[in-house]
Design a protein around this ligand. Structure first.
Ligand code: GLA
Length: 741
């Protein structure tokens, strides 16, 4: 049983293979959070709670009697309101019809169910194998009729717990939700660091590790999307935690819109973490009888460092968030024409790329931006989803057939949420663009945002895209979104509802994606937002892969893919080999290195293949063979980060589930003359088993440079391997194939 209830003590313990999470309903109905960490075998952890009077904190008052030494301001709780004497960051803020903000939640009942709860209209962790259990705890404000149903999903074997909340108004008047977080988590003890992932366009998900200090610290997005700037994934850990040791917790928000993740160290040096929709642009009117469902958070805890924690996240996202036919199916090696041609192409050019690609084993051609409406640059055409047959020189159907005839699948780019002022769509429906009446809108990449909170706009997009996907032989869609959302306003909403816009926009996006992915199950959808501006577990529910970054520089990509790997599996990371000098950095790296880095992702090419040398073309053939050979190991093996972003060498590995083989990649970021040899330990293999390690340059696997025979897994883990200095230069990649001896 994953959920254990001790009725007598009113103790609820969620148990997973290696962790436990515990709550207690106390004599006042307060839902205390008593523990989250390694197994404690159901012991009542409420004994560790200390009760003492805290000046100026306010105490629980019942029937006008103050209960001294019982202050909500210092007690660890499960879901808190912004009133009632807890002055810390809170999960729920409500404004009632009289303008007041008082709310006091008390636990009134709970129930458990087999299988996991699901959410309507939102992405969530699904449980098709019925492996999870659900706990629902009902909390109620005795004075207003407001209820909060706390939802918990427990995946015992996977060490995963999910949390979400449904707020229900059982009172007689409309209330406004000003904040409705999905998660509030308290630690009475412990001194923590917080790992968050910051960035910008073309430089996403850099790891930052900071101590949790007194006061409130936060990351979030008010950009309409989850953003390049902060990812809705973070890790809280004890000070000594590293890749292989120590206690740590992961939080992944299954949501693609504005979010706020806050951490606070309070007066008693306790830590609280709150995560949910960003309250800055959120005011939800909750009418009597209506409910509001928050998005979900995925939690995991590991006592064995970040590596294990990430592998827990990889497993749940790969198996229980990503969906559809392409979830496990081998994804095609694609070639995208963006960096090859930008907007200047026609069918003939694409066919020439396809012809050359087919000879080398590439499996799909993706036609990027510029195929529709009047779209010769990024000033016009967005929204006019009609193929530009004049530019292409043929119909879309014909182009798809020609590509198919060359043995390649055909894919296509859309940016459904964008609209250009210079477009027929805008001229016909200016009110469909997000803008505030009487004010000039803020442009970004010369474009506006289409108001997909509206059902008529949703229908337009679903209709246009469906027609195109039905009309031409299209196997893949790249779903882009190329700006942040500045104005939070819809012409279709009443003034009092404008605070619902940002979330309604997301609900609109999810509705459109749900419709299209279920109507076109054979189509592989890849998410994108100027690269990785919407790389989150919410999007992965609809698109099992996301273009990781517009930065294709292999050396910059090492850090981007490293940061991404903390929360997301390799099978979700779109990664391509591009031309040199690189278009974003001007750097020149070897073709083989670009291949080795892109291969730790979904793998493809983004260059003008017709302009490559014969030698480079030959390497494409070799790379694709290698990618196919190691596909399962890379895409579903266990991922290990071996060195960090400051190390002169990036080292990572994939280990098969049965621990019979591993593939290690080493890339030199920078080199100094006469440098020390590169040495590293190889975790994850079977300590007792013997292995052979074959060192190769990725461009010449058939000519090993170095072989070590019959070395034990324990020796690899504790003694490690060394790359000989002799064959070592800047931006060089090595691979080491480890197989059972
Ligand atoms: C975004 C994407 C790119 C490309 C362009 C096209 O920037 O991230 O890969 O598709 O749009 O305009």
């Amino acid at each position: 049983m994953a959920i254990n209830i001790n009725e007598e003590k009113r103790l609820i313990t969620l148990q997973t293979k290696n962790t436990e999470y515990q709550m207690k309903i106390d004599q006042y109905g307060i839902l205390l959070h008593t523990y989250y960490g390694a197994r404690i075998y159901g012991s009542d952890m409420s004994a560790a709670i200390s009760y003492s009077e805290r000046g100026f904190s306010g105490n629980l008052t019942i029937d006008r009697e103050e209960i001294r030494a019982y202050s909500l301001d210092v007690l660890p709780q499960e879901y808190t309101c912004s009133s009632g004497g807890d002055y810390r960051i809170s999960a729920l803020s409500v404004r009632d019809a009289a303008g007041g903000t008082s709310c006091t939640l008390r636990a009134v009942s709970f129930q458990t169910e087999k299988g996991k709860y699901s959410l309507d209209g939102l992405p969530y962790v699904y449980d098709e194998n019925n492996e999870a259990e659900t706990l629902l705890i009902m909390m109620k404000d005795p004075y207003s009729g407001l209820e909060a149903e706390l939802q918990y999903g427990v995946f015992e074997e996977k060490d995963i717990i999910t949390r979400a909340v449904r707020i229900i108004n059982r009172g007689g008047q409309t209330v406004q939700l000003e904040k409705a977080a999905s998660l509030c988590l308290d630690w009475q003890y412990g001194d923590f660091d917080w790992l968050t992932f910051y960035g910008c366009h073309a430089q996403e998900r850099n790891l930052q590790r900071m101590p949790v200090h007194h006061g409130v610290q936060s990351v979030g997005s008010t950009r309409g999307n989850s953003s390049h700037h902060y990812n809705p994934f973070s890790i809280l850990c004890e000070k000594n935690t590293d890749e292989n040791n120590g206690l740590c917790y992961a939080f992944s928000f299954v949501y693609s819109g504005e979010f706020l993740m806050e951490a606070e160290k309070d007066q008693a040096s306790q830590t609280r973490l709150v995560l949910g929709i960003h309250p800055a642009n959120f005011r939800w009117n909750l009418k009597p009888g209506m409910s509001f469902q928050t998005p979900e958070v995925i939690l995991s805890c590991s006592s064995e460092g970040f590596g294990k924690l990430s592998r827990n996240m990889h497993r749940i996202i790969r198996n229980n968030v990503c969906r559809g036919e392409w979830k496990y199916k081998q994804r095609p090696v694609l070639i995208n024409n963006w960096e090859a041609t930008y907007f200047s192409f026609d069918a003939e050019k694409l066919i020439s790329i396809a012809e050359e690609s087919a000879k080398l084993g590439i499996e799909m051609l993706v036609m990027d931006d510029g195929w529709f409406g009047k779209r010769e640059d990024d000033y016009s055409g967005l929204g006019d989803w009609y193929p530009n047959e004049k530019k292409l020189g043929c119909t879309l159907k014909k182009l798809g057939e020609e590509i198919n005839a060359r043995g390649l699948k055909f894919g296509i780019w859309f940016e459904p949420e964008g609209i250009s002022e210079d477009s027929d769509l805008y001229r016909a429906h200016p009110d469909w663009a997000v803008q505030v009446p009487g004010r000039p809108p803020v442009l970004s990449r010369n474009q506006l945002v289409l108001d997909i909170s509206r059902s008529d706009v949703q229908d337009y997009i679903i209709g246009r895209i469906s027609d195109i996907l039905s009309d031409a032989p299209i196997s893949y869609v790249k779903w882009d979104m190329n700006r942040s959302i500045c104005e939070k306003y819809s012409a279709a909403l009443e003034p009092a509802q404008q605070g619902e816009f940002a979330h309604r926009f997301m609900l609109g996006l999810y509705h459109i994606l749900e419709e299209l992915t279920s109507s076109f199950p054979h189509v592989l959808f890849e998410g994108c937002s100027g690269g990785g501006g919407r790389f989150d577990a919410g999007m992965l529910y609809y698109t099992p892969q996301i273009w990781c970054s517009d930065n294709t520089d292999a050396i910059n990509r090492l850090n981007i893919q490293y940061g991404t790997s903390f929360g997301y599996p390799v099978s979700t990371m779109g990664a391509h080999v591009s031309a040199v000098p690189n278009h974003q950095t001007g750097r020149v790296t070897p073709f083989a290195t670009r291949g080795a880095v892109a291969m730790s992702g979904t793998f493809g090419y983004e260059l003008d293949i017709t302009k490559l040398t014969d030698q480079e073309k030959e390497q494409i053939r070799t790379q694709i063979d290698r990618f196919h050979k190691y596909y399962d190991l890379i895409q579903s093996g266990d991922y290990y980060r071996i060195t960090g972003p400051q190390d002169p060498c990036a080292v990572w590995s994939f280990v098969s589930a049965d621990r019979s083989q591993a593939l290690i990649t080493v890339v030199s970021r920078q080199i100094t003359a006469n440098s020390a040899p590169k040495h590293f330990n190889v975790p994850g293999l079977d300590a007792q088993k013997l292995y052979n390690a074959v060192f190769v340059l990725p461009e010449a696997e058939e000519k090993p440079l170095h072989v070590i025979e019959k070395v034990s897994g324990a020796a690899l883990e504790n003694g490690g391997l060394t790359i000989p200095t002799m064959q070592w230069w800047e931006y060089q990649a090595w691979q080491i194939l480890i197989t059972e001896a």
